[in-house]
Design a protein around this ligand. Structure first.
Ligand SMILES: C[S@@+](CC[C@H](N)C(=O)[O-])C[C@H]1O[C@@H](n2cnc3c(N)ncnc32)[C@H](O)[C@@H]1O
Length: 182
């Protein structure tokens, strides 16, 4: 009986610790992420954008705010291309490093993407927050090479006309995914 109680308390403590770590890591980077919390894109939505944006070997996809790196892993699996992820949230970064361990095509950087040069990217993936989209549009316009594709989950890039708007799956995954060609 005692063992069971200790086991339940132990599991509860681990969950509480993880939640606390999430809250602290999120709060610490909030001034830089400006509201873009560590929330993951569903597999259905990743597969839908990958179907719509084919990539060729030698190309580079950059996820600006890569969370646990799931987009990078799916892209690698489907197209075998090189991927880079920027992440500021320490918890998400550690999870991404662990889950992407041993995958040569994936590079995860604990770094603010606003100070990164994105000019080599063929495809940019982002799932950020409305407050940053206007500044992001200006940065991408300045950085990206002609023909580069930008995939933005949920929030559009002000001043740009999407080439396609995807609405994958059922109502759960139905938020728009905007696809732009610069
Ligand atoms: C909504 S999550 C998306 C995660 C992942 N791209 C996905 O789709 O599953 C946004 C992530 O962007 C990160 N982020 C926001 N602003 C950032 C910045 N300036 N530099 C690096 N990462 C940033 C946040 O920490 C968060 O983990």
């Amino acid at each position: 009986m005692h063992t069971l109680v200790f086991a339940i308390l132990g599991i509860a403590a681990v969950f509480f610790g993880l939640k606390l770590a999430y809250v602290i890591c999120t709060a610490v980077v909030l001034p830089a992420t400006k509201g873009a919390l560590y929330v993951s894109t569903s597999r259905v939505r990743i597969l839908a954008f990958l179907e719509a944006v084919p990539m060729e070997s030698g190309q580079l996809l950059v996820d600006i705010g890569c969370g646990d790196g799931r987009v990078l892993r799916q892209v690698g699996r489907k197209y075998g291309v090189r991927t880079v992820g920027y992440e500021l949230n320490l918890l998400a970064y550690i999870k991404a490093k662990v889950l992407c361990f041993g995958r040569k095509n994936i590079q995860i950087k604990l770094r603010n993407f606003w100070t990164a040069d994105l000019s080599e990217a063929d495809v940019i993936f982002c799932y950020l927050f409305p407050d940053v989209m206007k500044d992001l549009a200006a940065k991408l316009k300045a950085d990206l090479k002609p023909g580069a594709v930008v995939v933005s989950c949920n929030f559009d890039l002000p001043g740009f006309m999407p080439e396609r708007t995807l609405r994958p799956g059922n109502s759960l995954h139905n938020d728009p995914i905007y696809v732009y060609r610069f």
